[in-house]
Design a protein around this ligand. Structure first.
Ligand code: COA
Length: 171
């Protein structure tokens, strides 16, 4: 019997966007189990707590999870500490990252090189972002929302409501 392939898709997901969902959809097509690892990443001063980000991902994943065959699983888990340690703890040796444009490449190459120095047994693979989601970034979505712009099409209605609520509570 073939071994179960477990992939880890790490990010800050502050919040999850349709761009992240695009990568998750592609990733689960090639692995059996996908762990979406939600990094605390305090250096980025996230808008949402790790728990809130995990909950938003869990919510947005529901429609996709319903379409999966029974042997495929996706879960969102908080990541605190080194990514390579987390990957090992999940019994995986595979990191999955999305690439949107050439500009992503340098940073991604540096990240994967560092991870490979720390853990030579763990590989990073890159999945190309679909053209229509390539311009999306969480920070841009938050900025548009803050200025009352329309962000439907970039994030789910649920995530949009959370960003709107965040700014309402601060005005
Ligand atoms: N579609 C749309 N947007 C995307 C995207 C895609 N496919 N892929 C990335 N993005 C956006 C994100 O929204 C985010 O936008 P923002 O900065 O405007 O908010 C940006 O691209 C990059 O974010 P993300 O993919 O979440 O990566 P990151 O740089 O925030 O985090 C980690 C990278 C989590 C993988 C890294 O910090 C990490 O591994 N942390 C754990 C600690 C560790 O091991 N550190 C050493 C690593 S060598």
């Amino acid at each position: 019997m073939r071994a179960v392939v477990i992939g880890v898709y790490p990010g800050t997901f502050d919040p999850i966007t349709n761009g992240h969902m695009d990568i998750i959809t592609k990733a689960i097509a090639v692995v059996d189990v996908l762990i979406v690892a939600v990094a605390a990443n305090i250096t980025k001063s996230p808008m949402f707590s790790v728990d809130e980000r995990v909950k938003m991902i869990e919510h947005d994943l529901q429609p996709l999870i319903k379409t999966l065959p029974s042997h495929k699983k996706i879960a969102a888990i908080a990541l605190d500490g080194l990514l390579v340690d987390f990957v090992r703890n999940q019994k995986s040796n595979l990191i999955i990252r999305g690439l949107r444009a050439v500009s992503d490449f340098e940073y991604e190459f540096q990240l994967s090189a560092m991870n490979s120095k720390l853990a030579p047994d763990i590989q990073t693979i890159f999945l190309p972002a679909t053209e229509k989601t390539q311009f999306i970034a969480s920070s841009i979505v938050k900025e548009v929302c803050r200025l009352n712009g329309n962000v439907s099409g970039f994030v789910s209605p649920f995530v949009e409501s959370k960003i709107v609520e965040y700014y309402k509570n601060r005005s």
